[in-house]
Design a protein around this ligand. Structure first.
Ligand SMILES: Cc1cc2nc3c(=O)[nH]c(=O)nc-3n(C[C@H](O)[C@H](O)[C@H](O)COP(=O)(O)OP(=O)(O)OC[C@H]3O[C@@H](n4cnc5c(N)ncnc54)[C@H](O)[C@@H]3O)c2cc1C
Length: 233
């Protein structure tokens, strides 16, 4: 199987770097082909815009979604976007590896999503959620935090981690049709003991050995919503 790790940390000696290296090692050991999009090393431009396309259908009035749709048909994405889309389309498992920044994705990774998850190619025309392009493929987030687990508990000051991750796990992964594996969170890594950090890496390796058979997060299918897009009772 093919795995794509999208990785957003500038320091290779960071704990995020150790998590990426662990994932690459374990996934290769278990027979998978692994590609890594190391966004800082690639100097990936996270700002979506006209430069995403080799030609514009309407040079007088730029509409990002319209141009993405046309580029999906005509294959006129700029080389940096097209290369990432090819990796994404090949992947049976997609992993986002990142430090939590401002309760979400670092900008370089959010911009990767804006530019690569293009309408027309990855969703649209009724292809979304349980009818999505990436149906039967899997995706997961693997992240580190500054705060500990209690501040992200249901009654914690920062709000529940599942709610913070909803825009990624539901709004990005499930939106495209992926089955979403539970997140792997390495809490408060800078303030953890060395033993705790090693334990995180062991636990992460174990999770990755079982990614094909692990239970995924339950999100309701399209059939469970009515015509106003609300869950049927
Ligand atoms: C702009 C910004 C916004 C932020 N927003 C939030 C937020 O909203 N919520 C929040 O909780 N936090 C937030 N943070 C904190 C951030 O999430 C953490 O700083 C980050 O997750 C730490 O991960 P790291 O990989 O950078 O750790 P590092 O500091 O690089 O690593 C931690 C420790 O692990 C050690 N290490 C490296 N490799 C190994 C290994 N193989 N084995 C054992 N130890 C190893 C390192 O030497 C280091 O001592 C924010 C930070 C910034 C800069």
């Amino acid at each position: 199987m093919n795995v794509l790790i999208v990785y957003a940390h500038e320091e290779p000696k960071s704990f995020n770097g150790a998590m990426r290296d662990t994932a690459v090692r374990v996934l290769r050991e278990t027979g998978h082909t692994v590609e890594v999009s190391d966004l800082y090393v690639m100097r990936f431009n996270p700002v979506g815009g006209k430069h995403d396309f080799t030609t514009l259908t309407d040079p007088d009035y730029f509409k990002y979604g319209v141009e993405q749709t046309k580029a999906s048909e005509a294959k006129t994405f700029a080389a940096d976007v097209a290369a990432e889309q090819e990796k994404l389309l090949r992947a049976d498992l997609l992993i986002f590896q990142f430090p939590l920044w401002w309760f979400g994705l670092p900008a370089i990774m959010k911009g990767w999503v804006d530019r690569v998850f293009a309408v027309g190619l990855t969703y649209g025309g009724g292809r979304w959620y349980s009818n999505g392009v990436f149906k039967r493929k899997r995706a997961m987030v693997s992240l580190t935090t500054g705060g500990g687990p209690t501040i992200y508990s249901p009654t914690g000051l920062n709000g529940e981690m599942d709610s913070l991750l909803f825009p990624i796990q539901h709004g990005m992964f499930y939106f495209l049709g992926f089955d979403v594996l539970p997140p792997f969170v390495a809490w408060s890594v800078a303030r953890s003991s060395q033993e705790q950090r090693e334990e995180y890496l062991r636990a992460y390796a174990e999770r990755l050995r079982n990614w094909r058979t692990s239970e995924t997060i339950h999100f309701p299918s399209l059939e469970e919503y009515d015509e106003t897009m609300q869950l049927k009772s």
